[in-house]
Design a protein around this ligand. Structure first.
Ligand code: FPP
Length: 274
């Protein structure tokens, strides 16, 4: 299977500037390309939490005459490179949309592949993530459709990395933003909460990970401008960036561009500029 170029594809977000600092592009280990952190990226204002919708694997594959599943496989290198880029610039939380509650509607072969792929990805990558101080967590429904062995791998990975604090990587798996809110409300009802006690704090306390800060920045690749049921509660005030790059071609350089774009924005949270 042809691998994507390790050279980052130029996105619409603008040119990368020169930099004083460099990192080694780890990729699949085949090359050690130096990837500059853009000089305009202000390290003192790096988003604490970046969430990514890893979109475009299918299109990347079909443009090359490959199966959609090969696009997902190629997305692994992008995933690891983006996590390493996040670590390099000091991002503390990253959340990756790996499988939605709606993705069961995909062809059965692709769904089966994605279950096995996510399982094997954890097996292949968890030790390296653990060594780098990455705590792996999962957000989503543990329903009967998720194979037991996948759940086992998820539990093992979470357990292995539970003490790691350099970054918390949340894999949104069998995740839906509406389902998360429904699950929170169900819990509140089950606890017998009085209607006048239902407020935003009560709902937040019942989200999958109440300690997770809301994403500051959401990146959806592939040029699609949609949220697709991702973190509906949490991204009420997130900045959204939509690079026109398919996920398997996405690299840390694109992440840095998205962070620079984020830093150009003014966040008002409903107020006015200070
Ligand atoms: C949302 O778009 C996108 C996702 C839920 C991401 C799905 C990602 C994968 C299946 C690949 C994961 C890859 C790795 C490397 C772990 P959508 O297609 O569900 O929604 P839409 O129909 O609105 O575009």
């Amino acid at each position: 299977m042809p691998r994507p170029s390790s050279r980052p594809q130029r996105s619409r977000l603008g040119r990368l500037g020169s930099s004083k600092e460099t990192v080694v592009h780890e990729g699949n280990g085949a090359s050690a390309e130096v990837v500059p952190v853009p000089a305009e990226l202000d390290r003192s204002r790096v988003p604490a939490h970046i969430a990514c919708v890893m979109d475009g694997n299918g299109r990347w594959a079909s443009r090359r005459g490959l199966q959609r599943t090969e696009g997902h496989a190629a997305g692994e290198e992008a995933l690891l490179d983006v996590i390493n880029g996040g670590l390099e610039i000091g991002v503390s939380w990253m959340t990756m949309y790996a499988f939605s509650t709606e993705n069961w509607r995909r062809p059965p072969d692709e769904v089966r592949y994605l279950m096995g792929f996510n399982e094997s990805l954890l097996l292949r990558r968890r030790d390296e993530l653990h060594e780098k101080g990455v705590r792996i967590r999962f957000a989503g429904r543990r329903d009967w459709r998720v194979p037991r062995r996948v759940l086992r791998r998820m539990d093992e990975s979470a357990e292995l990395t539970q003490g790691d604090r350099r970054m918390t990587l949340t894999m949104a798996f069998n995740y839906g933003g509406r389902a998360e809110i429904v699950d929170a409300v169900r819990q509140l009802v089950a606890e017998g909460i009085a209607p006048d006690k239902v407020d935003e704090r009560a709902i937040r306390r019942h989200l999958y990970w109440p300690d997770m800060p809301d994403p500051d920045l959401v990146v959806r690749t592939s040029g699609e401008h949609r949220i697709s049921n991702f973190l509906l509660w949490e991204l009420a005030y997130s900045e959204l960036v939509f690079p026109d790059v398919l996920w398997p071609d996405f690299r840390r350089a694109h992440l840095y561009e998205a962070v620079v774009e984020f830093q150009r924005r003014t966040r008002r949270y409903g107020g006015v500029d200070q």
